[in-house]
Design a protein. Structure first.
Length: 210
């Protein structure tokens, strides 16, 4: 799915200006790549947050904005999204220009499914890789890479080479890298209770009189 976002060219730069823009519901950003000059832009905070909440950060986006009297479009990916350390609000966004007919490399989340269909063998599913690096055309970027664990036996793992991905998508991680493993549960052995210490016998002593 291709997403769209309205952007405005930014003229006034500086930290104080950026703070004021954020208070007014705008997020400063930069647009670069494809051998073109870097441009400073603004996007609406509400629209941007709603978009990434629903679709995530790894989707192709069409930026629509005015350059003088002409309408312009740029196909971009979000390269970096800076957030406030306490509130989590977006402070700044880096947009990277891409060509629709050129492959791009990016990271996509792993989606584990089929747990409910596994044999009840007590296995603990350990996900060792939560994101995979892939290469594909910008229009083919998937939401996630599915990993089916429904037939994963106890003690076995699923490697990168075992994954089925749509045509046109290439996983760049090493083929032998383990994505998820069904580990045997750890059984804690309860220590046997120590025998009560025997009362020491008094040798050669006299019994105390009551």
């Amino acid at each position: 799915m291709e997403l769209s976002l309205v952007a405005d060219l930014r003229q006034d730069l500086g930290k104080q200006k950026s703070t004021k823009l954020r208070r007014n519901g705008q997020i400063p950003g930069v647009l670069y790549g494809e051998g073109k000059p870097v441009e400073h832009i603004l996007v609406n905070a509400h629209e941007f947050n709603r978009m990434i909440l629903k679709h995530g950060l790894g989707k192709l986006i069409t930026l629509d904005f005015q350059k003088g009297k002409k309408a312009a479009k740029e196909h971009v990916l979000i390269k970096e999204c800076q957030r406030h350390s306490m509130s989590g609000s977006v402070l700044h966004v880096d947009f990277f220009r891409v060509a629709r007919d050129h492959t791009v490399a990016l990271k996509v989340a792993v989606h584990i499914h089929g747990e409910d269909k596994r044999a009840r063998d007590g296995a603990i599913l350990e996900v060792l890789i939560h994101e995979l690096e892939i290469s594909c055309l910008p229009g083919n970027i998937p939401d996630s890479i599915p990993v089916d664990v429904s037939k994963l036996p106890l003690g076995a793992g699923i490697h990168v080479k075992d994954l089925a991905v749509p045509e046109g998508i290439k996983i760049l991680n090493p083929q032998e890298e383990v994505v998820v493993i069904a580990s045997a549960p750890t059984v804690a052995t309860e220590a046997a209770p120590a025998e009560e210490a025997a009362e020491p016998e008094v040798v050669g002593g006299k019994k105390s009189e009551e």
